[in-house]
Design a binder for this molecule. Structure first.
Ligand SMILES: Cc1cc2nc3c(=O)[nH]c(=O)nc-3n(C[C@H](O)[C@H](O)[C@H](O)COP(=O)(O)OP(=O)(O)OC[C@H]3O[C@@H](n4cnc5c(N)ncnc54)[C@H](O)[C@@H]3O)c2cc1C
Ligand code: SF4
Length: 487
């Protein structure tokens, strides 16, 4: 694959970013452009490694060595066809996927892995630039109707697949714009929204119908919808946030991350919304939680002129390198520093929050915390021990709670359809079908909070299940995982 000696000739490279000063003045993406040789050399690093573990590292089973080889040979259209045979939206994953494939890359055993995510984005952008991403208006129709509830990556991938299989697809979205967390969670500096819009244009022209501002189970009855179609797919995401119910929680200045990010994304999109609660200029911001959502709060707060940003995390600081606990090719639990962290943020680990403080009984002025130590007990279970005399107050005007999501919202569509839940209160399914015949579920709503690449994978696999349910032996959609190439 690629140049057999490429990995010896070229080091791993990804495009440089604009300087922190430049990029924090705007909300757009900030990768600098690179020339074609840069891309070809990176693709050339893919070795003929025999067993490409990257396939199984990718939740979509993307055929990575094959598209790298096509890029190396400058057969870009072939590369796009290979990539989209398993991934509906490489322009999304090429920007925001944490790339578990790279963690599983064989070259990564003793060298830097192939920059797979960057190559994926390069292929997708080339395809849009060259005009290869065009709607297919000649799809033969099956006469079956499918309703998809929710327009995040899971709903969109499923809608695309089902439409391609000839079923008529209508997507309901409660928000005013399509995209789910791609649109309202992830900020523009990671994923510009025109990237979603140009894909939606193709999906619309191919015949998918989108109905916005309509919450199924509230604005329109889920049961009535069910009766009007042949199958329903629920892709409503996991939207109930984990709270921090400690003393002072009701003070002004404490918000769930999504309350902040959703409004910020709407504001950046030019929506007429009241953003006055989030005047961060000259303010001290504290972000609780160390994942992607926390990072997005940091990047957004820096752009809004916060004076200081501190991010605290209950868990211990991870190691900078793989440990024996997560050997290759597993996903390593290592310290990750995002571009948002680089823009300015003080990070602290092993911190337990005790109470929110106010000097005027109304507005937040600080948070009382203690340091903790993590130790293994006699049974090998990790236990948290509070450190004596470590109590202190971190001054802050705003707190953003980025400590994850618990489960999907049950009130509304799930309740009306009497959908059974699993032990984690996610939708319980068998081959993506819920306890109710003809009602399917996919994405974060089924698997719990996860990643865009998993949502696309779930959407595709649920579409296979629905196609089989509707068409029996005449079903045309195939699982990504039937492929002999997927190991
Ligand atoms: C701030 C943030 C940043 C993230 N960053 C990344 C990242 O960088 N990389 C990554 O891989 N993952 C990231 N994730 C996770 C990723 O966004 C999700 O895993 C993914 O979007 C889940 O897709 P989904 O389609 O299942 O649900 P969602 O994207 O949540 O979409 C669900 C949609 O359903 C709609 N809906 C719900 N109920 C109804 C109803 N009854 N009627 C009509 N519409 C309804 C919602 O409005 C929403 O639009 C991030 C998550 C957050 C919160
Ligand atoms: S979708 Fe993510 S895991 Fe799969 S190949 Fe692309 S970057 Fe890697």
């Amino acid at each position: 694959m690629g140049d057999i000696n490429g990995f010896k000739k070229y080091n791993r490279k990804t495009p440089a970013y604009e300087s922190v000063e430049e990029r924090t003045r705007h909300y757009n993406e900030f990768n600098k452009a690179v020339d074609v040789d840069f891309k070809l050399n990176q693709a050339a690093r893919c070795m003929d490694c025999g067993v490409p573990f990257c396939h199984s590292g990718c939740p979509l089973g993307n055929k990575i060595p094959e598209f790298n080889d096509a890029v190396f040979k400058e057969e870009w259209q072939l590369a796009y066809n290979i990539l989209t045979s398993t991934n509906n939206f490489p322009e999304f994953t090429g920007r925001i996927c944490p790339a578990p494939c790279e963690a599983a890359c064989v070259l990564g055993i003793n060298n830097d892995p192939v920059s797979i995510e960057f190559i994926e984005k390069s292929i997708a952008e080339k395809a849009f630039d060259e005009g290869w991403v065009v709607p297919n208006k000649e799809i033969a129709r099956t006469g079956k109707n499918v309703v998809v509830v929710g327009s995040g990556p899971a709903g969109l991938a499923a809608a695309d697949q089902l439409n391609k299989a000839g079923h008529s697809v209508r997507v309901y979205e409660k928000n005013s714009r399509i995209g789910g967390l791609l649109r309202y969670g992830i900020p523009d500096f990671k994923l510009e929204k025109q990237v979603i819009d140009r894909r939606l244009e193709v999906l619309r022209e191919e015949g998918i119908e989108f109905v916005c501002n309509t919450e199924v189970g509230r604005d329109v009855s889920a049961l009535t919808l069910k009766q009007s179609c042949d199958a329903i797919l629920l892709c409503g995401g996991s939207s109930v946030p984990r709270d921090l119910p400690i003393e002072g929680r009701s003070l002004k200045g404490i918000y769930f991350a999504m309350e902040f990010l959703e409004k910020s994304n709407k504001r950046v999109a030019g929506d007429n919304i009241d953003f006055s609660d989030f005047d961060l200029v000259g303010k001290d911001v504290l972000v609780i939680g160390g994942g992607d959502t926390g990072s997005d709060c940091i990047g957004t707060s820096n752009r809004l002129g916060a004076k200081s940003i501190t991010q605290i995390e209950l868990l211990a600081k991870p190691s900078t390198k793989r440990t024996d606990k997560d050997p290759w090719p597993n996903w390593p639990m290592v310290l990750r520093t995002s571009s948002s962290h680089e823009e300015g943020c003080n990070r602290e680990w092993s911190i337990l929050t005790k109470k929110f403080i106010s000097t005027d009984r109304t507005n937040l002025s600080g948070i009382e915390v203690v340091n903790v130590k993590w130790e293994l007990d006699a049974h090998g279970v990790s236990r948290m021990i509070e450190q004596a005399s470590s109590s202190r107050i971190i001054p802050c005007d705003f707190v953003f709670l980025a400590i994850g999501f618990l489960n999907p919202l049950f009130d509304g569509a799930l309740e009306e359809l009497e959908i059974a839940l699993d032990d984690n209160r996610n939708v319980k399914c068998d081959n993506y079908q819920t306890n109710i015949e003809g009602v399917f579920a996919a994405g974060d709503m089924r698997r719990g909070q996860s990643l865009v690449v998993w949502a696309i994978s779930e959407g595709r696999e649920a579409a296979v299940s629905i196609d089989q349910y509707l068409m029996g032996p005449n079903a045309t959609l195939r699982s990504n995982f039937n492929s002999a190439l997927h190991i």
